[in-house]
Design a protein around this ligand. Structure first.
Ligand code: GLU
Ligand code: MG
Length: 443
């Protein structure tokens, strides 16, 4: 039997008849289609076909050979989806005209990974998904799904965990079946907000897993009459949803290259340089790690109903210091900029490239910060430089950062900047309920 026939037979014995070919558009949204399992060779070698211009950010033309987008699946990613009986999930890379597509963010990440593979290194990423469970009322208004979830300081609320045990337990069992190694489930610091943590993995697997996490959470939430939301900040006065990346690099022998117990912050010289690269490119990274208009409402200075936002905007790093953009912890770096709505492939790729640039240029990081930056801010003392205040400025910073744009590639950045500027323009022209309430009869 050929390799494909073996795989087909194995999956058929598990009741699978179809493959959900999934790829990721430039906004980080999972897209795809259902195709028959029996034609597996075609989906792997040629790809499942889609109309290229119908997918955000491909940059493909409306006619000719290159107008078709082909998602070529990774055969090793095939696994039955517990919430879609008869269907196996597979991750795909974008191709057009028989060539890899340079606007495909999964391949952008693979290209970034190649840059450290060639040094014999591996990037490990522990992704920490925070999310809300919402409901849309008959009047169209979005609300926290659990109407009893109303504490002023809701972190670690056990009553909410008990009330939402149905959803949380189904997430646990489904993710475990899908190969996630779960570490913890808790109620986060906003009403209706949870965090589910699972074991870190190499960068590409970690990114693929976050896509599968979202797919699972959408399906499970729907079964429980809820809406899974990866929006950065759905509630005005509460913290938003971060997607922190815990970063570490190992060499070919498995030695952790960021860690040095005797070094400042427990980091090696390489760890400090990597951190310096992240802080140096922080403004441009905002565009990719915090890519929506709403993302900048999460990246607020400090206040929230629960006391703080935990999403600092100051370009600083410190020892286990969550008031800085970058936290050194146990010989790793926790990059606190990304939010749950980012394109995880592009965000990890950009983060890796920025950190490596810090290493290659042996950049000097700023003095570590050993104070509570929220308190410092409240005291009126001078602060470290801050991130862009909105998407418009972040996009401008990406445009200005020729080094990062060069590393990410022209085609991807061109598509990304164009679409995101359109998004900003639409937002700018929108008149919100806040404006009407404040100004309509106010003058
Ligand atoms: N929800 C916070 C954020 O938006 C992070 C909270 C935490 O430190 O886990 O980044
Ligand atoms: Mg958290």
């Amino acid at each position: 039997m050929s390799q494909y026939q073996d795989t087909i037979a194995r999956l058929q014995s598990q009741g699978v008849h179809s493959v959900l070919v999934q790829f990721c558009d430039i906004h980080g949204v999972a897209k795809g289609k259902l195709v028959p399992l029996t034609n597996l060779r075609e989906w792997v070698e040629q790809g499942a076909g889609f109309a290229g211009p119908s997918i955000w950010g491909t940059g493909l033309p409306r006619f000719g050979a290159r107008s078709e987008y082909y998602a070529r699946i990774q055969v090793q990613s095939l696994q039955p989806l517990p919430f879609m009986p008869g269907v196996a999930h597979a991750v795909g890379d974008g191709f057009a005209g028989g060539q890899p597509l340079d606007t495909c963010s999964r391949q952008l990440l693979q290209a970034a990974i190649e840059r450290i593979k060639s040094r014999g290194w591996t990037l490990w990423v522990g992704i920490e998904p925070e999310f809300f469970l919402l409901r849309q009322g008959a009047d169209g208004a979005w609300k926290v799904g659990d109407t009893h979830d109303q504490l002023d300081k809701p972190s670690y609320d056990l009553k909410a965990i008990q009330r939402n045990q149905g959803f949380l337990e189904e997430m646990r069992s489904t993710l475990t079946e899908l190969g996630f190694e779960l570490q913890q489930i808790d109620h986060e610091d906003a009403c209706g907000q949870y965090e589910i943590n699972y074991k870190f993995d190499d960068a590409l697997v970690a990114a693929d897993r976050y896509m599968l996490f979202k797919l699972t959470a959408h399906a499970v939430a729907q079964k429980h009459g809820l809406v899974f939301s990866a929006m950065a900040k759905p509630l005005a006065h509460a913290p938003g949803s971060g997607l922190h990346f815990h970063l570490s690099i190992t060499d070919a022998q498995g030695k952790a290259l960021f860690a040095d117990a005797s070094g400042s912050l427990g980091l090696s010289a390489l760890g400090h340089q990597f951190a310096a690269g992240l802080l140096d490119h922080g403004d441009a990274l905002s565009a990719l790690c915090a890519p929506t208009v709403n993302s900048y409402k999460r990246l607020a200075l400090s206040h929230s109903a629960s006391g703080t936002t935990w999403s600092p905007v100051w370009k600083a790093y410190g020892d286990n210091n969550r008031t800085c953009l970058l936290r050194a912890v146990a010989g790793r770096l926790e990059w606190r900029l990304p939010d749950a709505s980012c394109n995880v492939y592009a965000a990890i790729a950009a983060t890796l490239l920025a950190g490596l640039d810090g290493v290659d240029r042996a950049l000097q990081a700023p003095e570590p910060c050993d104070e509570d930056l929220y308190e410092r801010f409240a005291s009126g003392a001078p602060m470290p430089a801050r991130l862009p205040r909105d998407l418009f400025d972040a996009l401008g910073a990406l445009e200005q950062d020729a080094v990062l744009r060069g590393l990410l590639g022209h085609s991807f950045c061109e598509q990304f900047l164009r679409l995101k500027r359109e998004e900003w323009d639409q937002y700018q022209q929108h008149v919100s309920a806040w404006e009407l309430d404040r100004y309509a009869d106010g003058f």
